[in-house]
Design a protein around this ligand. Structure first.
Ligand code: ZN
Length: 1025
């Protein structure tokens, strides 16, 4: 639960304006109207209303308040959305790299005054219907958000969160478990060597196995060298063991105080109740203090600086000879200046986004590097923003050249400015973002305002986005050179500028390990015999505490009877356009149209399969018809909310050896742009431009780099995908499309000098995929807009009729399934039934330069419609909460781990795990635990709540009915599954544990990604890659 602000908040910024509309109520006393009745100066439960502002663009009313006695700030966003959110953020500004705010974030969740049981936070996951629960440590704040659609649940979670944040136990044992400790490698063996353990210690070692993360951290530390941004708020692994329990408690007392807190509530629940509860349960117990946590401005440099850092070599780098990163960062202004931040954000997009931007042309297309540096563009997550530009995957010798290109490109921008059309396209993008409705709007808002508000900026001003757009248009009219002047001022004339290079060092990991060993020996050499004895006893005590049966009865909980008994029905209609089946779903999409098409791969020759992901990643980016790729990108930005293609493997809901293989096309647009969007698709179908080898090379390199970078973050997904490979035919195809096999294939493609062969393959692949004869479509839009959309879809189909060709599937065993079960003669999906498939056991190990492991074991079980599926799903959840979490995270020191049911498979996994094969035996012990029946009805009910909160998580209007469109699973089948979930009993869990998970009963696969492992290397039952 640690989040580096840079990249993560950058991503959230993109998602910022997503809203959920499935709960729109058209009654007169809507939440936002009720909120309009508050008046500035009004007193409510110890708070004073400061400001009430309507924000029509986002359909909300903002109410700003302050707490009279403590000065705590509160912002309420009233909106007719039942997915209510609460968050509290504290300004946490550490002055060392011991990770004190991060370890505190973990430790406050380990028990509090009112809820003294161990780990109430994780326990609440099973006692609530929350749609989101988490905690984040950023560079300068720590945030605790949750969301739920249930009023009682909101009050329960609010109690737990308030008590955790303001009255945590902060026990010494929690500090050892979550932070760091010295302990015998085998806690029960006094003679085993002493090692460092601790959840955050391991988490940060894992986090810094990611080179992009290493670079981002160094860059921030060196750009802002004089205060809190000079340290690692998450914790530098080697500094973490310098933190004491006493320091942790002091940090809590000074930073986790209402006078240093900002509360945010969102949704349709009444504000008064929130305020009353926050005042009664927390704020009334405090007096105002001066928290003294302000971040001073960074003193400006009088001349630019250069610096260099090292990282570990990347075994998966697209080009091993080119692994350097270079980027230039510029310090900008204070982020609390909302309009300046808005303008610089736009300027940043114009400079770096898409193939029409000057830096894409100057840096990416000459192929000096594999992609932009991991830190790129505008970053407003620090008190003063920064802008960075540079490359990764470049050769050391190119450093000077890159610096010159950056400088020359800035000169050119100052001279030439930006095309008006590009500025329009960007403002269009903002309009789409504001209208697009998604399910986590409250959370997006909380993240969006967090940084500026943290430093005293006005959060409401940030939300008034169309005011900023209007102001920007006026400013640009008054001064057409506005953006050029900014480039001159902030980039060209700016002396607070850092050029940071990073290159791999063969001995990096060795040095790291050496430094850790040295630190360890220093700690050990200071120990007396009595200390050692105490360490051993503490280790045993912690183990005993972790193994104790927990009494969680102090915690509030919903009951299974609080769960809705029925599935909400999503009406869809079926029709056709130009002979192609279409599913229509009317939704309150706010004027947007969402288009999807599933294109079958059944006719694609087997030798082309591995190329499908590559094809998908380039097919909307190479240019088409009269448009070259730059013009195409421009039109996409100006007319659509994006166009994409992705491989899709869907398991059949009744048989494990049956699946659908396809490519999913997806795009959205404002209704006024419908003809343009379909025209862009027509061009791609009729005349894609597959002739530009250089363009292809750029796209391939960027995809390969992205895949390689993703492994350290998503290693568990790769391990799970691999473990499933030999268990079902769909599992095998998933590995081909999205597993380690694909990563290696793309690496090979990026290294290939001759891409002409690939260029020649693309039209062949295209003929099979972009073929209306084997396609079905789905449209989600408003009822008013449906017939217009349908007409445009019809004419799109006419336009691409020339690409229609009925082809024979390459495999004979095709099974047709109706899309509408009530109309067996109607539209259908064509699945492959691979009855000859032989599942087999396989253990695969991928040796990678990571200090931690990702472990997975997968067992062939049953398809979704099987009567045991529900029990297995509940069992997976219960094993995770009641056994695996304790074994893998608390005792094992991994960041996370558990079991899940999906794709017909029962799968165990661990994430950023110091252990490898030991974790496999933890999985086995989990099975023994389940088979022994050492669980209670309460445990079963908690697992049900947890499963239902996932099953019932909100669905955005853009995605309603899409599950059915893709998988063919109807609302009736979902209802049947729901009833089975309710019916799960202790008995049925024992029964499925014995039948499916017992040794020798199922077929299982195992995969581990991790550092060199001698035990595995010596064991011939493993395949080492
Ligand atoms: Zn964490």
């Amino acid at each position: 639960m640690f989040r580096q602000t840079k990249s993560a908040l950058g991503k959230l910024r993109q998602l910022s304006f997503n809203a959920q509309q499935h709960t729109w109520r058209l009654n007169s006393s809507s939440a936002k109207e009720r909120a309009c009745q508050y008046r500035p100066g009004q007193k409510i439960h110890g708070f004073t209303v400061r400001e009430v502002v309507e924000v029509p663009d986002l359909f909300l009313t903002a109410v700003k308040l302050t707490h009279d006695a403590t000065g705590a700030q509160h912002l309420h966003a009233a909106r007719d959305d039942s997915n209510n959110l609460f968050s509290v953020q504290l300004r946490t500004t550490p002055m060392d790299s011991t990770g004190v705010p991060h370890i505190l974030e973990h430790t406050v969740l380990c028990g509090s005054k009112k809820f003294p049981c161990r780990d109430p936070f994780f326990k609440m996951l099973n006692r609530s219907l929350s749609t989101f629960m988490n905690a984040f440590t950023a560079s300068d704040y720590t945030m605790y958000p949750f969301s739920t659609q249930n009023r009682k649940d909101f009050q329960n979670l609010l109690s737990v969160y308030l008590d955790a944040v303001f009255f945590p136990c902060l026990r010494e044992q929690d500090f050892w478990q979550e932070g760091w400790r010295l302990e015998n490698k085998t806690p029960t063996d006094l003679n085993s060597p002493l090692v460092f353990k601790g959840v955050v210690f391991n988490e940060m070692k894992g986090a810094f196995s990611d080179n992009e993360r290493v670079y981002a951290q160094h860059l921030q530390n060196k750009m802002y060298p004089d205060h809190t941004y000079a340290v690692v708020s998450g914790g530098e692994p080697l500094d973490i063991p310098d933190l004491t329990w006493e320091q942790l408690r002091r940090f809590h007392a000074t930073h986790y105080h209402p006078s240093n807190a900002r509360f945010f509530t969102y949704g349709d629940l009444p504000l008064e109740q929130h305020l009353e509860q926050i005042e009664a349960e927390a704020l009334s117990k405090f007096q105002r203090i001066d928290p003294d946590t302000e971040v001073p401005p960074q003193p400006r440099w009088s001349s630019p600086r250069e610096d260099h850092v090292t990282c570990s070599p990347d075994a998966l780098a697209p080009d091993p000879a080119r692994q350097d990163t270079l980027c230039v960062s510029y310090l900008l202004g204070d982020i609390t200046d909302t309009f300046e931040g808005f303008t610089l954000g736009l300027l940043s997009s114009l400079m770096i986004s898409g193939p029409n931007s000057p830096f894409y042309k100057a840096l990416i297309e000459p192929k000096i590097g594999s992609d932009f540096s991991s830190v790129v563009g505008y970053d407003g997550s620090t008190k003063e923003a920064s802008f960075s530009i540079g490359l990764q995957g470049m050769a050391k010798e190119d450093a000077e050249r890159v610096k010159q290109i950056i400088s020359r490109t800035l000169d050119r921008v100052i001279q030439e400015g930006f095309a008006e059309e590009r500025i329009e396209a960007l403002l269009h993008k903002i309009e789409i973002q504001m209208k697009h409705q998604s399910t986590n709007f409250g959370l997006s808002l909380a993240s969006y305002i967090a940084s500026s508000w943290n430093h005293g900026g006005d959060p409401v001003e940030l939300l008034q986005l169309s005011d900023s757009v209007a102001k920007f248009r006026r400013a640009l009219k008054e001064n057409p050179r506005l953006l050029q002047d900014k480039v001159q001022h902030y980039f060209k004339d700016n002396t607070h500028r850092l050029t940071l290079t990073m290159s791999p060092d063969e001995a990096y990991l060795e040095k790291q390990a050496g430094a850790e060993e040295e630190k360890l020996q220093k700690k050990i050499s200071a120990l007396t015999a009595a200390d050692r004895k105490e360490i051993y006893e503490n280790g045993l005590a912690l183990l005993a505490a972790q193994s104790e049966t927990q009494d969680a009865s102090c915690l509030p909980a919903l009951k299974v009877s609080d769960i809705e008994p029925t599935v909400p029905v999503t009406p869809v209609q079926f029709g056709a356009a130009g002979g192609v089946p279409v599913q229509f779903c009317e939704q309150p999409t706010n004027g947007l149209v969402y288009f999807r098409a599933v294109c079958s791969l059944n006719t694609l020759p087997e030798d082309l399969r591995l190329y499908v992901p590559l094809f998908c990643s380039i097919v909307t980016k190479m240019g088409s018809g009269a448009l070259d790729y730059r013009q195409q990108a421009q039109q996409k930005d100006l007319r659509t909310g994006g166009m994409s293609a992705s491989p899709l493997v869907t398991n059949d809901s009744t048989q494990l050896d049956m699946y659908e293989q396809s490519v999913l096309l997806y795009s959205s647009c404002l209704d006024r742009n419908l003809p343009h969007m379909f025209e862009l698709w027509s061009d791609i179908f009729n005349s894609p431009r597959f002739d530009d080898v250089e363009r292809l090379r750029v796209l391939v390199m960027m995809s390969a780099q992205e895949l390689a970078n993703g492994i350290s973050d998503s290693g568990h997904v790769y391990a799970m995908t691999r473990a499933a490979r030999h268990l079902t035919p769909a599992g095998e195809l998933n590995e081909t499309f999205g597993g380690m096999e694909q990563v290696k294939f793309m690496k090979k493609m990026a290294e290939t000098a001759d891409l002409d062969r690939v260029i020649r393959m693309l039209p062949r692949i295209k003929k099979h995929i972009l073929n209306p004869a084997h396609m079905r479509c789905a449209i989600n839009t408003t009822p008013q807009n449906m017939s217009n959309t349908s007409a445009h879809l019809e004419s799109f189909m006419k336009d691409v009729a020339g690409t229609w060709k009925t082809r024979k599937p390459v495999r004979a065993n095709i099974v047709e399934r109706p899309l509408d079960p009530l109309d067996a003669a109607g539209l259908s999906r064509k699945l492959i039934s691979d009855l000859s498939f032989q599942p087999c056991q396989m253990k695969t190990f991928f040796q990678l330069p990571f200090p931690v492991n990702f472990v997975s074991e997968s067992i062939r079980a049953v398809p979704f419609c099987h009567e045991d599926y529900a029990s297995l799903g509940i069992l997976a959840r219960m094993m995770t909460a009641k056994f695996l979490h304790g074994e893998i995270r608390e005792k094992g020191g991994a960041y996370g781990g558990g079991a899940r049911m999906g794709g017909g498979l029962f799968t165990f996994y661990s994430y950023r795990d110091p252990n490898a094969v030991q974790t496999l035996s933890a999985f086995r012990r989990g099975v023994d635990w389940a088979k022994s029946g050492r669980f209670t009805q309460q445990d079963v009910d908690e697992a049900k709540l947890s499963v239902f909160s996932a099953v019932d998580s909100p669905v955005a209007p853009a995605s309603k009915g899409i599950g059915r469109f893709l998988s063919g699973v109807t609302d009736e089948e979902l209802q049947r599954h729901r009833e089975r979930l309710f019916a799960v009993s202790q008995r049925s869990l024992l029964d499925v544990a014995a039948r499916y998970l017992g040794a020798g009963h199922g077929t299982c696969g195992v995969a581990i990604l991790g550092p060199e492992n001698e035990a595995i290397r010596k064991d011939p039952s493993w395949i080492v890659k």
